[in-house]
Design a protein around this ligand. Structure first.
Ligand SMILES: [Zn+2]
Length: 61
């Protein structure tokens, strides 16, 4: 994926400069991602405290 930023707080991946969930600036420096389709039944989502389906970075620098 190119030109995608990750939120430093919730790790949400977005093309925008500001996270639509947290309203804080996003970072271009991130590694790896997961696609969460159903946060309620995903152990990763629960571990990362994700409540909303979408793509999330595993690590944000
Ligand atoms: Zn966020």
């Amino acid at each position: 994926m190119k030109n995608v930023n990750a939120c430093k707080n919730c790790h949400f991946l977005t093309e925008k400069d500001v996270c639509p969930n947290c309203s804080i600036p996003t970072s271009k420096r991130w590694r790896g991602y997961v696609i969460i389709r159903d946060p309620d039944s995903s152990q990763i989502a629960q571990k990362m405290n994700i409540k909303k389906p979408g793509k999330y970075a595993l690590k944000v620098m």
